[in-house]
Design a binder for this molecule. Structure first.
Ligand SMILES: NC(=O)c1ccc[n+]([C@@H]2O[C@H](COP(=O)([O-])OP(=O)(O)OC[C@H]3O[C@@H](n4cnc5c(N)ncnc54)[C@H](O)[C@@H]3O)[C@@H](O)[C@H]2O)c1
Length: 458
Protein backbone atom coordinates (compact mmCIF):
# COMPACT_ATOMS: atom_id res chain seq x y z
CA UNK A 1 0.00 0.00 0.00
CA UNK A 2 2.70 2.45 1.05
CA UNK A 3 4.37 2.99 -2.32
CA UNK A 4 1.11 3.22 -4.21
CA UNK A 5 -0.33 5.66 -1.65
CA UNK A 6 2.87 7.69 -1.80
CA UNK A 7 2.79 7.90 -5.60
CA UNK A 8 -0.86 8.84 -5.64
CA UNK A 9 -0.53 11.65 -3.10
CA UNK A 10 2.70 12.86 -4.66
CA UNK A 11 0.89 13.12 -8.01
CA UNK A 12 -2.03 15.02 -6.49
CA UNK A 13 0.31 17.44 -4.72
CA UNK A 14 2.25 18.09 -7.93
CA UNK A 15 -0.98 18.68 -9.86
CA UNK A 16 -2.40 20.82 -7.02
CA UNK A 17 -5.45 18.58 -7.08
CA UNK A 18 -4.88 17.39 -3.48
CA UNK A 19 -7.59 18.63 -1.12
CA UNK A 20 -5.78 20.13 1.84
CA UNK A 21 -6.95 21.14 5.29
CA UNK A 22 -5.79 23.18 8.27
CA UNK A 23 -7.10 22.67 11.82
CA UNK A 24 -6.97 25.83 13.94
CA UNK A 25 -7.38 29.10 12.05
CA UNK A 26 -5.42 31.39 14.38
CA UNK A 27 -2.22 33.42 13.97
CA UNK A 28 -0.51 30.36 12.47
CA UNK A 29 -3.33 28.45 10.78
CA UNK A 30 -5.03 31.24 8.81
CA UNK A 31 -1.82 32.49 7.11
CA UNK A 32 -0.93 28.87 6.26
CA UNK A 33 -4.39 28.13 4.85
CA UNK A 34 -4.21 31.29 2.73
CA UNK A 35 -0.73 30.37 1.47
CA UNK A 36 -1.87 26.83 0.51
CA UNK A 37 -4.93 28.23 -1.25
CA UNK A 38 -2.75 30.76 -3.09
CA UNK A 39 -0.55 27.88 -4.22
CA UNK A 40 -3.60 26.42 -6.00
CA UNK A 41 -4.96 23.88 -3.52
CA UNK A 42 -8.62 23.78 -2.56
CA UNK A 43 -8.11 24.43 1.13
CA UNK A 44 -10.48 23.80 4.03
CA UNK A 45 -9.94 25.42 7.42
CA UNK A 46 -11.47 23.78 10.47
CA UNK A 47 -11.92 25.67 13.73
CA UNK A 48 -14.17 25.25 16.76
CA UNK A 49 -14.57 29.03 16.97
CA UNK A 50 -17.66 29.80 14.92
CA UNK A 51 -16.77 33.52 14.70
CA UNK A 52 -13.52 32.71 12.88
CA UNK A 53 -15.24 30.24 10.56
CA UNK A 54 -17.98 32.78 9.78
CA UNK A 55 -15.40 35.51 9.16
CA UNK A 56 -13.47 33.37 6.65
CA UNK A 57 -16.68 32.22 4.99
CA UNK A 58 -17.64 35.88 4.56
CA UNK A 59 -14.23 36.57 3.05
CA UNK A 60 -12.82 38.63 5.92
CA UNK A 61 -9.56 38.35 7.82
CA UNK A 62 -9.12 38.85 11.57
CA UNK A 63 -5.33 38.39 11.48
CA UNK A 64 -3.54 41.69 10.78
CA UNK A 65 -0.84 40.03 8.62
CA UNK A 66 -3.47 38.49 6.31
CA UNK A 67 -5.22 41.02 4.04
CA UNK A 68 -9.01 40.73 3.90
CA UNK A 69 -8.85 41.27 0.11
CA UNK A 70 -6.77 38.08 -0.20
CA UNK A 71 -9.19 36.01 1.88
CA UNK A 72 -12.14 37.45 -0.06
CA UNK A 73 -10.50 36.59 -3.41
CA UNK A 74 -9.65 33.02 -2.40
CA UNK A 75 -13.11 32.39 -0.92
CA UNK A 76 -14.78 33.82 -4.04
CA UNK A 77 -12.59 31.59 -6.25
CA UNK A 78 -13.72 28.55 -4.26
CA UNK A 79 -10.18 27.80 -3.10
CA UNK A 80 -10.66 28.63 0.59
CA UNK A 81 -13.49 27.61 2.84
CA UNK A 82 -13.96 27.11 6.56
CA UNK A 83 -16.07 24.90 8.77
CA UNK A 84 -16.53 23.76 12.36
CA UNK A 85 -17.34 20.24 11.16
CA UNK A 86 -14.50 17.71 11.33
CA UNK A 87 -16.34 15.24 9.08
CA UNK A 88 -14.80 17.10 6.09
CA UNK A 89 -11.52 15.36 7.03
CA UNK A 90 -12.92 12.29 5.25
CA UNK A 91 -12.64 14.23 1.94
CA UNK A 92 -9.16 15.64 2.55
CA UNK A 93 -5.78 14.33 1.39
CA UNK A 94 -3.69 16.33 3.89
CA UNK A 95 -4.31 18.05 7.21
CA UNK A 96 -2.11 20.44 9.18
CA UNK A 97 -2.75 20.86 12.90
CA UNK A 98 -2.19 24.41 14.21
CA UNK A 99 -3.97 24.43 17.58
CA UNK A 100 -2.70 26.13 20.77
CA UNK A 101 -0.14 24.56 23.09
CA UNK A 102 -0.26 26.59 26.31
CA UNK A 103 1.17 25.74 29.73
CA UNK A 104 -0.83 24.65 32.72
CA UNK A 105 -0.50 26.73 35.90
CA UNK A 106 2.12 24.20 37.05
CA UNK A 107 4.20 25.02 33.90
CA UNK A 108 3.48 21.55 32.50
CA UNK A 109 2.44 21.24 28.82
CA UNK A 110 -1.29 21.48 28.18
CA UNK A 111 -1.79 18.96 25.39
CA UNK A 112 -5.60 19.07 25.53
CA UNK A 113 -6.00 21.05 22.26
CA UNK A 114 -3.77 18.67 20.31
CA UNK A 115 -5.50 15.65 21.85
CA UNK A 116 -8.94 17.00 21.04
CA UNK A 117 -8.01 17.87 17.42
CA UNK A 118 -6.29 14.51 16.82
CA UNK A 119 -9.28 12.63 18.31
CA UNK A 120 -11.52 14.32 15.76
CA UNK A 121 -9.11 13.69 12.87
CA UNK A 122 -8.71 10.02 13.89
CA UNK A 123 -12.46 9.49 13.45
CA UNK A 124 -12.19 10.41 9.76
CA UNK A 125 -8.61 9.33 8.97
CA UNK A 126 -8.35 7.32 5.78
CA UNK A 127 -5.63 5.43 3.93
CA UNK A 128 -3.23 7.56 1.90
CA UNK A 129 -3.71 10.70 4.01
CA UNK A 130 -0.89 12.97 5.23
CA UNK A 131 -1.17 14.42 8.77
CA UNK A 132 1.24 17.16 9.85
CA UNK A 133 1.48 18.60 13.35
CA UNK A 134 2.63 22.25 13.44
CA UNK A 135 1.83 23.25 17.02
CA UNK A 136 4.98 23.92 19.01
CA UNK A 137 5.48 21.05 21.42
CA UNK A 138 7.99 18.86 23.31
CA UNK A 139 10.24 16.45 21.36
CA UNK A 140 8.46 13.13 21.02
CA UNK A 141 4.86 14.43 20.76
CA UNK A 142 4.26 13.29 17.18
CA UNK A 143 5.47 9.74 17.75
CA UNK A 144 4.48 9.23 21.39
CA UNK A 145 1.10 10.98 21.47
CA UNK A 146 -0.26 11.66 17.96
CA UNK A 147 0.84 8.46 16.18
CA UNK A 148 -0.83 6.00 18.62
CA UNK A 149 -4.05 8.02 18.61
CA UNK A 150 -4.18 7.97 14.81
CA UNK A 151 -3.22 4.30 14.63
CA UNK A 152 -5.95 3.24 17.09
CA UNK A 153 -8.36 2.76 14.17
CA UNK A 154 -6.07 0.14 12.57
CA UNK A 155 -4.17 2.17 9.93
CA UNK A 156 -0.38 2.25 10.35
CA UNK A 157 1.68 5.45 10.15
CA UNK A 158 4.36 5.43 7.45
CA UNK A 159 2.55 2.51 5.76
CA UNK A 160 -1.16 3.30 5.38
CA UNK A 161 -0.98 7.01 6.08
CA UNK A 162 1.81 9.57 6.40
CA UNK A 163 2.80 11.58 9.45
CA UNK A 164 5.19 14.49 9.98
CA UNK A 165 6.01 17.39 12.27
CA UNK A 166 6.83 20.82 10.85
CA UNK A 167 7.30 23.74 13.24
CA UNK A 168 5.66 27.04 12.42
CA UNK A 169 8.02 30.01 12.64
CA UNK A 170 5.66 32.87 11.80
CA UNK A 171 6.55 36.21 13.38
CA UNK A 172 3.34 38.27 13.56
CA UNK A 173 3.82 41.88 12.50
CA UNK A 174 7.12 41.21 10.72
CA UNK A 175 6.95 43.16 7.43
CA UNK A 176 9.82 41.19 5.81
CA UNK A 177 9.37 37.57 6.80
CA UNK A 178 6.07 35.72 6.43
CA UNK A 179 4.74 32.18 6.02
CA UNK A 180 5.81 32.20 2.35
CA UNK A 181 9.48 33.15 2.71
CA UNK A 182 10.51 31.69 6.06
CA UNK A 183 12.26 28.33 5.44
CA UNK A 184 10.13 25.37 6.60
CA UNK A 185 11.70 22.57 8.62
CA UNK A 186 10.06 19.19 8.00
CA UNK A 187 10.61 15.90 9.83
CA UNK A 188 8.50 12.92 8.77
CA UNK A 189 8.02 9.47 10.15
CA UNK A 190 10.17 7.84 7.48
CA UNK A 191 11.37 9.15 4.13
CA UNK A 192 7.99 8.97 2.37
CA UNK A 193 6.29 11.14 5.01
CA UNK A 194 9.13 13.70 4.89
CA UNK A 195 9.00 13.84 1.10
CA UNK A 196 5.23 14.24 0.92
CA UNK A 197 5.18 16.93 3.61
CA UNK A 198 8.03 18.68 1.77
CA UNK A 199 6.08 18.45 -1.49
CA UNK A 200 3.00 20.03 0.14
CA UNK A 201 4.96 22.91 1.67
CA UNK A 202 7.20 23.22 -1.39
CA UNK A 203 4.16 24.25 -3.41
CA UNK A 204 3.54 27.23 -1.11
CA UNK A 205 6.80 28.05 0.69
CA UNK A 206 10.12 29.09 -0.84
CA UNK A 207 12.60 26.89 1.07
CA UNK A 208 12.11 23.47 2.66
CA UNK A 209 14.60 22.08 5.19
CA UNK A 210 14.11 18.32 5.72
CA UNK A 211 15.41 16.76 8.95
CA UNK A 212 15.71 13.11 9.97
CA UNK A 213 12.63 12.69 12.19
CA UNK A 214 9.58 14.40 13.70
CA UNK A 215 11.47 14.56 17.00
CA UNK A 216 14.39 16.44 15.42
CA UNK A 217 11.91 18.92 13.88
CA UNK A 218 10.19 19.38 17.26
CA UNK A 219 13.57 20.04 18.87
CA UNK A 220 14.56 22.59 16.19
CA UNK A 221 11.65 24.83 17.16
CA UNK A 222 12.42 24.53 20.86
CA UNK A 223 16.10 25.33 20.29
CA UNK A 224 15.11 28.47 18.37
CA UNK A 225 12.73 29.72 21.03
CA UNK A 226 14.94 28.69 23.94
CA UNK A 227 17.80 30.59 22.27
CA UNK A 228 15.65 33.72 22.25
CA UNK A 229 14.35 33.26 25.75
CA UNK A 230 17.81 32.68 27.26
CA UNK A 231 19.37 35.59 25.37
CA UNK A 232 16.56 37.92 26.40
CA UNK A 233 17.13 36.72 29.98
CA UNK A 234 20.82 37.54 29.62
CA UNK A 235 20.21 41.01 28.25
CA UNK A 236 17.56 41.71 30.91
CA UNK A 237 20.14 40.84 33.56
CA UNK A 238 22.72 43.06 31.82
CA UNK A 239 20.11 45.87 31.80
CA UNK A 240 19.59 45.64 35.55
CA UNK A 241 23.37 45.45 35.99
CA UNK A 242 23.90 48.58 33.83
CA UNK A 243 21.29 50.43 35.86
CA UNK A 244 23.26 49.60 39.03
CA UNK A 245 26.62 50.46 37.46
CA UNK A 246 25.37 53.78 36.13
CA UNK A 247 25.55 52.71 32.48
CA UNK A 248 23.00 52.93 29.67
CA UNK A 249 22.32 49.40 28.38
CA UNK A 250 20.81 50.77 25.15
CA UNK A 251 24.01 52.60 24.32
CA UNK A 252 26.03 49.48 25.14
CA UNK A 253 23.89 47.20 22.92
CA UNK A 254 23.90 49.77 20.11
CA UNK A 255 27.69 49.82 20.05
CA UNK A 256 28.10 46.04 20.58
CA UNK A 257 25.93 45.25 17.58
CA UNK A 258 28.32 47.06 15.25
CA UNK A 259 30.52 43.95 15.56
CA UNK A 260 29.94 42.26 12.22
CA UNK A 261 30.28 38.69 13.54
CA UNK A 262 29.73 36.71 16.73
CA UNK A 263 27.15 39.05 18.29
CA UNK A 264 23.43 39.29 17.83
CA UNK A 265 21.46 42.04 19.59
CA UNK A 266 18.63 41.19 21.98
CA UNK A 267 16.82 43.92 23.88
CA UNK A 268 15.61 44.24 27.45
CA UNK A 269 12.01 45.01 28.30
CA UNK A 270 9.25 44.70 30.90
CA UNK A 271 9.12 40.90 30.54
CA UNK A 272 8.43 38.13 28.05
CA UNK A 273 5.18 37.98 26.14
CA UNK A 274 3.30 36.12 23.45
CA UNK A 275 2.25 32.53 22.95
CA UNK A 276 5.79 31.28 22.24
CA UNK A 277 8.88 32.60 24.03
CA UNK A 278 7.54 32.54 27.62
CA UNK A 279 6.01 29.09 27.10
CA UNK A 280 7.84 26.86 24.64
CA UNK A 281 11.13 26.46 26.58
CA UNK A 282 9.14 24.99 29.47
CA UNK A 283 7.88 22.25 27.14
CA UNK A 284 11.52 21.32 26.61
CA UNK A 285 12.35 21.66 30.29
CA UNK A 286 9.41 19.38 31.20
CA UNK A 287 10.57 16.70 28.78
CA UNK A 288 14.25 16.94 29.78
CA UNK A 289 13.33 16.48 33.45
CA UNK A 290 11.57 13.21 32.59
CA UNK A 291 14.99 11.97 31.48
CA UNK A 292 16.64 13.18 34.71
CA UNK A 293 18.23 16.15 32.90
CA UNK A 294 18.18 19.50 34.69
CA UNK A 295 17.77 22.32 32.08
CA UNK A 296 19.48 25.08 34.06
CA UNK A 297 19.64 27.84 31.43
CA UNK A 298 15.87 27.68 30.86
CA UNK A 299 15.05 27.83 34.56
CA UNK A 300 17.52 30.67 35.19
CA UNK A 301 16.30 32.75 32.24
CA UNK A 302 12.74 32.09 33.45
CA UNK A 303 13.62 33.60 36.85
CA UNK A 304 15.34 36.68 35.36
CA UNK A 305 12.62 37.34 32.79
CA UNK A 306 9.87 36.68 35.36
CA UNK A 307 11.33 39.41 37.58
CA UNK A 308 11.21 42.11 34.87
CA UNK A 309 7.62 43.27 35.53
CA UNK A 310 8.73 43.85 39.15
CA UNK A 311 11.84 45.76 37.98
CA UNK A 312 9.54 47.88 35.78
CA UNK A 313 7.28 48.70 38.73
CA UNK A 314 10.38 49.62 40.78
CA UNK A 315 11.46 51.96 37.98
CA UNK A 316 8.04 53.62 37.92
CA UNK A 317 8.12 53.98 41.72
CA UNK A 318 11.61 55.56 41.53
CA UNK A 319 10.44 57.99 38.85
CA UNK A 320 7.37 59.04 40.87
CA UNK A 321 9.59 59.35 43.93
CA UNK A 322 11.55 62.10 42.19
CA UNK A 323 8.25 63.98 41.91
CA UNK A 324 7.62 63.27 45.62
CA UNK A 325 4.73 60.97 44.70
CA UNK A 326 3.85 57.43 45.75
CA UNK A 327 2.54 54.66 43.54
CA UNK A 328 -0.50 54.58 45.80
CA UNK A 329 -2.99 57.02 44.32
CA UNK A 330 -0.88 58.00 41.30
CA UNK A 331 -2.56 57.92 37.91
CA UNK A 332 -0.44 55.94 35.47
CA UNK A 333 -1.01 55.65 31.73
CA UNK A 334 0.28 52.39 30.29
CA UNK A 335 1.39 53.04 26.71
CA UNK A 336 1.10 49.71 24.87
CA UNK A 337 -0.54 46.58 26.25
CA UNK A 338 0.03 44.18 23.30
CA UNK A 339 3.05 41.97 23.98
CA UNK A 340 5.12 43.50 21.19
CA UNK A 341 5.26 46.35 18.72
CA UNK A 342 2.55 46.89 16.11
CA UNK A 343 0.44 43.81 16.84
CA UNK A 344 -2.85 43.24 18.66
CA UNK A 345 -1.90 40.03 20.51
CA UNK A 346 -2.07 40.30 24.31
CA UNK A 347 -1.33 36.69 25.21
CA UNK A 348 1.12 36.57 28.15
CA UNK A 349 1.72 40.31 27.70
CA UNK A 350 4.04 41.63 30.42
CA UNK A 351 1.99 44.87 30.40
CA UNK A 352 -0.80 42.94 32.10
CA UNK A 353 1.59 41.75 34.84
CA UNK A 354 2.90 45.28 35.35
CA UNK A 355 -0.66 46.61 35.53
CA UNK A 356 -1.64 43.97 38.09
CA UNK A 357 1.38 44.83 40.28
CA UNK A 358 0.69 48.57 40.03
CA UNK A 359 -2.99 48.01 40.83
CA UNK A 360 -2.01 45.98 43.90
CA UNK A 361 0.03 48.95 45.12
CA UNK A 362 -2.89 51.34 44.74
CA UNK A 363 -2.04 53.02 41.42
CA UNK A 364 -4.94 54.17 39.22
CA UNK A 365 -4.48 52.82 35.73
CA UNK A 366 -5.50 53.75 32.23
CA UNK A 367 -3.96 52.69 28.93
CA UNK A 368 -3.35 53.64 25.32
CA UNK A 369 -2.92 51.08 22.54
CA UNK A 370 -3.97 51.70 18.94
CA UNK A 371 -4.21 47.92 18.38
CA UNK A 372 -6.27 47.00 21.46
CA UNK A 373 -9.44 49.12 21.77
CA UNK A 374 -10.59 47.63 25.08
CA UNK A 375 -9.35 45.52 27.96
CA UNK A 376 -11.74 43.41 29.97
CA UNK A 377 -11.44 42.95 33.73
CA UNK A 378 -10.92 39.21 33.14
CA UNK A 379 -7.72 39.82 31.16
CA UNK A 380 -5.63 41.08 34.09
CA UNK A 381 -5.49 39.89 37.70
CA UNK A 382 -7.51 42.08 40.05
CA UNK A 383 -8.41 44.25 37.10
CA UNK A 384 -11.34 46.30 35.86
CA UNK A 385 -12.75 47.02 32.40
CA UNK A 386 -10.83 49.69 30.51
CA UNK A 387 -11.08 51.35 27.10
CA UNK A 388 -8.04 52.65 25.25
CA UNK A 389 -7.41 56.39 25.57
CA UNK A 390 -5.82 58.51 22.85
CA UNK A 391 -2.38 59.85 23.70
CA UNK A 392 -3.24 63.53 23.50
CA UNK A 393 -2.73 66.61 25.64
CA UNK A 394 -5.92 66.10 27.63
CA UNK A 395 -5.06 62.47 28.49
CA UNK A 396 -1.48 63.36 29.36
CA UNK A 397 -2.55 66.32 31.51
CA UNK A 398 -4.55 63.94 33.68
CA UNK A 399 -1.79 61.47 34.56
CA UNK A 400 1.20 61.49 36.89
CA UNK A 401 3.31 59.16 34.76
CA UNK A 402 3.32 57.40 31.39
CA UNK A 403 4.93 53.94 31.26
CA UNK A 404 5.93 52.93 27.71
CA UNK A 405 5.66 49.14 27.83
CA UNK A 406 5.15 48.44 24.10
CA UNK A 407 6.86 50.66 21.53
CA UNK A 408 4.14 50.79 18.89
CA UNK A 409 5.24 52.80 15.88
CA UNK A 410 1.88 54.63 15.84
CA UNK A 411 2.72 56.49 19.06
CA UNK A 412 4.05 60.02 18.63
CA UNK A 413 6.89 59.88 21.15
CA UNK A 414 7.94 63.51 20.70
CA UNK A 415 4.43 64.72 21.53
CA UNK A 416 4.19 62.26 24.41
CA UNK A 417 7.48 63.39 25.94
CA UNK A 418 6.57 67.05 25.45
CA UNK A 419 3.24 66.81 27.28
CA UNK A 420 3.71 64.04 29.88
CA UNK A 421 4.79 65.03 33.39
CA UNK A 422 6.92 61.89 33.78
CA UNK A 423 7.81 59.02 31.43
CA UNK A 424 9.19 55.56 32.15
CA UNK A 425 10.50 54.02 28.94
CA UNK A 426 11.13 50.25 29.01
CA UNK A 427 11.78 49.95 25.25
CA UNK A 428 14.16 52.76 24.37
CA UNK A 429 11.35 54.37 22.38
CA UNK A 430 12.51 57.86 23.39
CA UNK A 431 15.83 58.39 21.67
CA UNK A 432 17.03 61.66 23.21
CA UNK A 433 17.65 62.28 26.92
CA UNK A 434 15.11 64.32 28.87
CA UNK A 435 15.18 65.01 32.58
CA UNK A 436 11.70 63.57 33.07
CA UNK A 437 12.23 60.38 31.04
CA UNK A 438 13.43 57.37 33.02
CA UNK A 439 14.71 54.39 31.08
CA UNK A 440 14.84 50.76 32.04
CA UNK A 441 18.50 49.73 32.11
CA UNK A 442 19.86 53.26 32.34
CA UNK A 443 20.56 55.62 35.21
CA UNK A 444 18.67 58.90 35.57
CA UNK A 445 21.44 61.48 35.42
CA UNK A 446 19.40 64.67 35.33
CA UNK A 447 17.00 65.65 38.07
CA UNK A 448 13.44 65.23 36.85
CA UNK A 449 12.00 67.83 39.20
CA UNK A 450 13.65 70.60 37.16
CA UNK A 451 11.52 69.73 34.14
CA UNK A 452 8.13 71.22 33.24
CA UNK A 453 5.87 70.53 30.24
CA UNK A 454 6.71 72.91 27.37
CA UNK A 455 3.52 74.94 27.71
CA UNK A 456 4.10 75.52 31.45
CA UNK A 457 7.78 76.41 31.20
CA UNK A 458 8.68 80.04 31.82
N1 LIG B 1 1.43 32.98 17.24
C1 LIG B 1 2.68 32.79 16.89
O1 LIG B 1 3.42 33.75 16.66
C2 LIG B 1 3.26 31.40 16.71
C3 LIG B 1 4.47 31.25 16.04
C4 LIG B 1 5.01 30.00 15.86
C5 LIG B 1 4.34 28.89 16.39
N2 LIG B 1 3.17 29.03 17.07
C6 LIG B 1 2.51 27.84 17.57
O2 LIG B 1 1.42 27.51 16.71
C7 LIG B 1 0.34 26.95 17.48
C8 LIG B 1 -0.92 27.76 17.25
O3 LIG B 1 -0.70 29.08 17.73
P1 LIG B 1 -1.59 30.32 17.29
O4 LIG B 1 -0.88 31.53 17.75
O5 LIG B 1 -2.00 30.20 15.86
O6 LIG B 1 -2.89 30.06 18.22
P2 LIG B 1 -4.33 30.77 18.08
O7 LIG B 1 -4.93 30.70 19.41
O8 LIG B 1 -4.19 32.08 17.38
O9 LIG B 1 -5.11 29.80 17.10
C9 LIG B 1 -5.45 28.51 17.42
C10 LIG B 1 -6.82 28.21 16.82
O10 LIG B 1 -7.11 26.84 17.08
C11 LIG B 1 -8.49 26.74 17.36
N3 LIG B 1 -8.71 25.47 18.06
C12 LIG B 1 -8.40 25.15 19.33
N4 LIG B 1 -8.69 23.87 19.58
C13 LIG B 1 -9.20 23.38 18.44
C14 LIG B 1 -9.69 22.11 18.07
N5 LIG B 1 -9.68 21.08 18.92
N6 LIG B 1 -10.15 21.95 16.82
C15 LIG B 1 -10.15 22.98 15.95
N7 LIG B 1 -9.69 24.19 16.24
C16 LIG B 1 -9.22 24.39 17.47
C17 LIG B 1 -8.79 27.98 18.16
O11 LIG B 1 -10.18 28.28 18.12
C18 LIG B 1 -7.95 29.02 17.44
O12 LIG B 1 -8.64 29.66 16.41
C19 LIG B 1 0.82 26.93 18.92
O13 LIG B 1 1.39 25.68 19.19
C20 LIG B 1 1.91 27.98 18.94
O14 LIG B 1 2.86 27.73 19.95
C21 LIG B 1 2.60 30.27 17.22
Amino acid sequence: MSHQAYEMLRGKLAARSARVGVVGLGYVGLPLAVELARAGFVTTGIDLDRRKVDAVTQGTSYIPDVPTAEVARLVADGRLRATTDFSVVAELDTINICVPTPLRKTKDPDMSYIVSAVEQIAKHLHAGMLVILESTTYPGTTEELVQPMLEAGGLKAGVDFFLAFSPERVDPGNPTFNTHNVPKVVGGLGAASTELASALYGAAIETIVPVSSPQAAEMVKLLENTFRMVNIGLVNEIALMCDRLGLDVWEVIGAAKTKPFGFMPFYPGPGLGGHCIPIDPFYLSWKAKQYGFEPRFIELAGHVNGAMPHATVDKIADALNVHKKALNGSRILIAGIAYKRDIDDMRESPSLDVMALLHEKGAQLCYADPHVPSLSARAWPGGYDLSALPIDRSTLAGVDCVAILTDHSAFDYDALVAAAPLVVDTRNAVKTPHPHVFKLGAPQILRAETWQPADQAA
